[in-house]
Design a protein around this ligand. Structure first.
Ligand SMILES: Nc1ncnc2c1ncn2[C@@H]1O[C@H](COP(=O)(O)OP(=O)(O)OP(=O)(O)O)[C@@H](O)[C@H]1O
Ligand SMILES: O=c1[nH]c(=O)c2[nH+]cn([C@@H]3O[C@H](COP(=O)(O)O)[C@@H](O)[C@H]3O)c2[nH]1
Ligand SMILES: NC(=O)CC[C@H](N)C(=O)O
Ligand SMILES: [Mg+2]
Length: 527
């Protein structure tokens, strides 16, 4: 979380090689009560060292260290006496620069992987069980550690999964200790910080609410703002912050794009307004979105169209608000969005990060955007946002709501989006939500996308007759922040009930399948 007082001497730098997880690493360091800051790998090493860091962490990244043009690091970073911890790409780069061997050995590992600690009691692995699971996501591997390093862990496919050099205070792991799915990940990171680097856990998080309210006041001044409000957690918290900062100057706009789930619009119109007292304008734009999506099947194209249409609707709302205010009304220059850090990273907005998918509110925004954006949650993760929401006194049912993507069911129909297919998916989705809630699983599951494979058909037999229908995919996942996820092990009886109900109650669906892929390699949504 953003900082209040930063004792300069305790800064840890996270060098970002275009990782999906750089902010997550920074945040884990903050959880360890040590202040951290991200810098791009293109920053000269001298400049990094001039910041007087107490330790440096090298992130993962999409490149291969031996490729031409891959981000590199000056050897000086390892010779400055500052403790360094490399993760994945950072580990491979440390190995390469210091004379170890890294190549594409064919030893690929993605997702949960058993790790064997070969030197229990080492600086990193003190008190950690010799056998535990870690989260991997790599195609290259280190086959020989540099001179002076001790190999302290391995897996079935990689002999060098961790190495340590206590004398030089250099450490590295092939896996991602920063993700929740790596057992003991936080412990290993803390071992590096406290034992390897000798830093004391003294930093405390500042007050996000006060800091953001002040920043919003400075940005918006006396002008008017609109906030895209979806009924979800992020926009609710963003709206509450802006409301606290500039009160009456804010109008919330809910766009019904026809891609919402069953009952959702009514819920926002009634329950949300009742719970929060926001000024809300509801715009029915279903026709406009459906027309724009006609014939489109490519996921990125869908996302860009949806992003653009959202803005066109906000512009229309802007014009209406100005007209209603009359000649003394202020112009509406600002658009508030509940954008979070993961939306930015996945849209390729980190430092050198790959574009995984264009989130409608970041990578999907049109180039001719006229609004100035107000995004107070842009550096935070979902659970941090939930904490801010709690601090602002928002009701539990809003703060704990499962996420639902802005492009809605539009990115859950694999194939063209049509009215008929939306109706079908809405029915299936409503059944899934009903059964999961009835089984008391809402808090355990992060979210459960329900996906219609509209261009796939399979043969079934129903009522003694042949059917040729579509499959519905259930994608229940557990996660902490949507950056990584694991598939939820739903009870068989719940799955059976959902399957029976969907195939009985939803026309044209004759098969229900469960997606058992973690993220990575899958993403949560299918498009
Ligand atoms: N139907 C909508 N109407 C207006 N704005 C929307 C709508 N859907 C999404 N947005 C805007 O896009 C942002 C990103 O959407 P996203 O789904 O990530 O967040 P959210 O809906 O606020 O929260 P959650 O992640 O819990 O669903 C929202 O915070 C909001 O500003
Ligand atoms: O508002 C949003 N606009 C989008 O364009 C978008 N795409 C994905 N998501 C949500 O983000 C989280 C991570 O999703 P993925 O693993 O599919 O990338 C999950 O919670 C997804 O539901 C979106 N939210
Ligand atoms: N996640 C990573 O840092 C991956 C590093 C490198 N691109 C590999 O595939 O091995
Ligand atoms: Mg949402």
């Amino acid at each position: 979380m953003p900082v209040q007082s930063v004792p300069e001497t305790d800064t840890v730098l996270v060098v970002d090689f275009g990782a999906q997880y750089a902010q997550l690493i920074a945040r884990r360091v903050r959880e360890a009560r040590v202040y951290s800051e991200i810098v791009p790998s293109s920053m000269p090493v001298a400049e990094m060292l001039a910041k007087n860091p107490k330790a440096i962490i090298l992130s993962g990244g999409p490149s291969s260290v031996y490729e031409e043009g891959a981000p590199q690091l000056d050897r000086a970073i390892f010779e400055a006496g500052v403790p360094v911890f490399g993760m994945c790409y950072g580990f491979q780069l440390m190995a390469k620069v210091l004379g170890g061997t890294v190549d594409n050995t064919g030893a690929r590992e993605y997702g949960r992987t058993p790790l064997t600690v070969t030197r229990t009691g080492s600086t990193l692995f003190e008190g950690v069980p010799a056998q535990h699971s870690v989260w991997m996501s790599h195609g290259d591997a280190c086959s020989a550690a540099p001179a002076g390093f001790t190999v302290t862990a391995s897996t079935d496919v990689v002999p060098v999964a961790a190495f340590e050099n206590d004398e030089a205070r250099l450490y590295g792991v092939q896996y991602h200790p920063e993700v929740l799915h790596s057992d003991h990940g936080q412990q290993i990171l803390e071992h590096f910080l406290y034992r390897g680097a000798g830093i004391a856990p003294t930093w405390t998080t500042g007050n996000v609410v006060d800091e953001q309210v002040a920043l919003i006041r400075a940005q918006v001044g006396t002008k008017r703002a609109i906030c895209g409000l979806s009924g979800g957690v992020d926009s609710a918290v963003a709206a509450a912050l802006v409301n606290k900062a500039v009160g009456e100057q804010l109008t919330c706009v809910y766009v019904d794009h026809g891609l919402m789930r069953k009952g959702e619009t009514e819920q926002v119109e009634k329950d949300f307004v009742a719970a929060t007292g926001v000024q809300l304008k509801v715009v029915d734009a279903a026709e406009r979105f459906l027309n724009a999506l006609k014939g489109v099947t490519d996921p990125e194209e869908k996302r860009k169209i949806i992003g653009r249409e959202f803005i066109r609707v906000f512009e229309q709302a802007q014009a209406e608000i100005i007209a209603e205010a009359g000649e003394h009304g202020e112009s509406v220059d600002f658009l508030v969005q509940g954008t979070l850090y993961p939306d930015v990273v996945e849209s390729g907005g980190g430092t050198g990060t790959a574009n995984i998918k264009s989130h409608h509110n970041v990578g999907g925004l049109p180039e001719d955007l006229q609004f100035q954006l107000v995004e107070p949650l842009r550096k935070l993760f979902k659970d941090e946002v939930r904490m801010v929401g709690q601090e602002l006194g928002l009701p539990e049912e809003i703060v704990q709501r499962q996420p639902f993507p802005g492009p809605g069911l539009g990115i859950r129909i694999v194939g063209e989006v049509t009215e008929e297919r939306l109706d079908l998916l809405r029915e299936a989705d409503a059944i899934v939500r009903e059964e999961l809630t009835a089984a008391g699983l809402d808090r355990e599951i992060w979210q459960c996308p329900v996906v219609l494979l509209a261009d796939v058909r399979s043969v079934g037999v129903q009522g003694d007759g042949r059917t040729y229908g579509h499959p519905i995919v259930l994608r229940p996942v557990s996660s902490e922040d949507a950056m990584t996820a694991d598939w939820s092990r739903l009870p068989y009886d719940v799955l059976a009930r959902i399957s029976t109900r969907i195939t009985n109650e939803v026309r044209d669906v004759n098969r229900v399948v469960v997606d058992v892929t973690s993220k990575p390699p899958g993403t949560i949504e299918w498009e």
